[in-house]
Design a protein around this ligand. Sequence first.
Ligand code: ADP
Ligand code: MG
Ligand code: MG
Length: 897
Amino acid sequence: MTLKMVYSFTEGNAKMKALLGGKGANLAEMTRTGLPVPPGFTITTEACHAFFHSGNRITDDLLAQINLGLKQLESDKGQMFGDPSHPLLISVRSGSVTSMPGMMDTILNLGLNDETVEGLVALTHNDRFAYDCYRRLIQMFGSVVMGIEGFQFERLLTRMKKNLGIQQDQEVTAEGWQQLISEYKQCVKTHSGVEFPQNVHDQLKLAVEAVFKSWHNHRAQVYRKINRIPDEQGTAVNVQSMVFGNKGDDCGTGVVFTRNPSSGENVMFGEYLINAQGEDVVAGVRTPQTIETLKNILPEMYDQIEQVCKQLEQHYKDMQDIEFTVENGKLYVLQTRNGKRNAQAALKVAVDLVSEGVISREDALQRIEVSHLDQLLHRGIDESAVTDVIAVGLPASPGAAIGIVAFDADTAAEWNKAGKQVILVRSETTPEDIHGVLAAEGVLTSRGGMTSHAAVVARGMGKPCVCGCEGVRIDLQAKQMFAGDRIVEEGDWITLDGVSGRVIQGAVPLKEATVTDELLQILQWADEVRKLRVYANADNPEDAEIARGFGAEGIGLCRTEHMFFSPSRLAVMQRMIMADSLEERKIALDQLLPMQQFDFEGIFKAMDGLPVTVRLLDPPLHEFLPNLSELQSKLQSSDTDEEKVQLQQMIRKVNALHESNPMLGQRGCRLGIVYPEIYDMQIEAIFKAASACIDRGVSVHPEIMIPLVGDVSELKILRELVDEVAEQVLSADKKRECRYKVGTMIEVPRAALTARRIAAHADFFSFGTNDLTQMTYGYSRDDAEGKFLAHYLDKKLLPHNPFQVLDSEGVGQLIDLAVTAGRALKPTLKTGICGEHGGDKDSIAFCHQTGLDYVSCSPYRIPMARIAAAQAAIEHNNQVEKQAEKQAEKQVEAKAV
Ligand code: ADP
Ligand code: MG
Ligand code: MG
């Protein structure tokens, strides 16, 4: 039997999206439920694949099946394709599996030619209408199928209207359209070298081919890339009998959402045009009217549309985006799909549908696209303020920022030091620009995509970023940036919107993140189903408080080195590093101790009753010293002898600390073992802070985390140090009860491989997935992201950036292994992750599947992580259920045999 490649709308249903495309599957579904859909058929995505396989050729088999479909359609409609006495007219519409609105073009009124158009005139007694349809066909066919640029036709249309002294399309007379038809035909001939095809079967064949080919056109490719739609999907083609919204004043066409897609409010939202056809509404030829006004003009029609909206929403159990056409007072539905909506509307619609009894709480949770929550949880632009948008780029990192433009990292850093708000504007950034990114409120680049260095780094730092903004040209010499005819000088104010990609001239007022009632409701439902606990990465009391506000159930990572970066503390830290003797070092450490203790007290207080995981010093010491070239240039310009000596000393130290590969050098527990006095001080600070808090009635749960352990001996010796210092401090003046834990980060592959032995000395494992990913792949992150990673992703050698989405296959295997081995020895072992992955949806799903106890992420990602954890739990339960069903089926079958 040959492959069935053509399905009548009466044969399909909504579940057949992969085969019929979204549009086709929904047209079939609506036909089945008795909605007024003009009859037609769908050519499958498999036919599309076959087309590409046979060298972009429609096979005889497919052609025969199309002709059969056409026959059926002719008999349904009582019309004949190409027959002037009662011509069948059709639309040829692309419809991919995943909705790609406006990416591929539709052709309307196909089946018209010099003869059938006269038939249409005679049948409808409406010559103006018939010729309008014909000229539209030549125009659409000419541009979509024959590849003639649209403006060639637009130009002729404009000239004709000007000659006739009219403004609006609907004022054009039959004669006007007739004249345009002959000009259009001439235009087709001139630009393509062939006549507009008069044979209607040629028209159809060429149109179907064009839809298939449009799968590979530039804008479709770009859209797929941005939206991660696989190239292999292919598109279906829908052939549908025409209905006409351009026959007169009781006709029209429009688009309606069943609810408001930007607020979520439960009222119809949409636009329509009287006496118009299909594309007119989107094309902006005329300004459409809002759907409410239809209530007065055609009240019955309005009621019908409202009825259809209700019916479709009930049927699909979600907000719908519907295309309709009214022909002589009769309503036809031409498309429905789940409506795109912004984050706020998504939450409101989901919560409302639950309270209306349409969907369950689990359904509502699964509907939330967590990545969109960024829109709500970051600062945004106050949209009521006038915005002077000068360019639009890729929305690379959410949030909005205002600042003065700096064109290089040094200037950005310098101005930031002087207390100014800066936006770093570069053609692209490299790791050399990091200090500039750090100093900037936001980053704008004119080149590079969503995974470019600027995008990745800014996201990591939680800073707004717009990248790949090709409308912006930077002149570094003149220190100016051009956007269209606008010039922005260095030091001028601009505003970035990392959610929409907008670049706005001037400083626009911003509004803080909003936590709405709907979000709180969804979060509450999420908390009821999720198994994973959600912790925060927070290094100071302020972040800890923010995190707790977002629902953090503990701190999974407090990076102590971040406590040393303020200028006054850095000076003491440097003195500690410069020390030549243990005594000298201890003096500096004694000064650092109260500073750390102060911060820990604040954090413990903010997290009263919850665990706080503190990681002991991790980075190599040279990171706290200035770099060599900076020191050398300072030395050259220095005039006092005393300063010179100091600088020379520092240079000596920097040279001594130099490592050829610092990432694999003396850092983490290796530092703590070589200089135990450093860790000693940190542990003392932690337990002094704990004691002070306990005395004030705060419930403290410190968890000391030893970084970079690769061999059990490292953990063993440092654990002894923790226990010893803790004992001393906690019972210095009186006995205090403090239940603390000691654990390790698993971030060196060897630690994962020897997890069973390490577990003997650990109360918890926290997977440091940033380092674990670096070391498992053998990539240094900065080098990878700055150099080859983008290339790898372009070439599809890797499915994702492994620093954003956890590599479950490789890195995940190490995690799984370590969890299993660790728990085999110690069933109570607590496990979690604290890398950047802790805030990523897919990575969270992996953590749930692997049975970790918690994920830890930056404070602003906590709401997202709570929902993602719930989604993972629901998804997992569904899978388990499905498996159980299959099992049961198998048993029944076995019995039957
Ligand atoms: P898109 O994917 O760009 O929305 P569509 O195939 O949905 O493309 O169609 C473009 C326009 O043409 C829409 O307004 C649609 O309603 C209209 N249209 C499509 N098919 C028909 C038809 N058979 N009769 C009348 N209008 C149609
Ligand atoms: Mg289209
Ligand atoms: Mg459409």
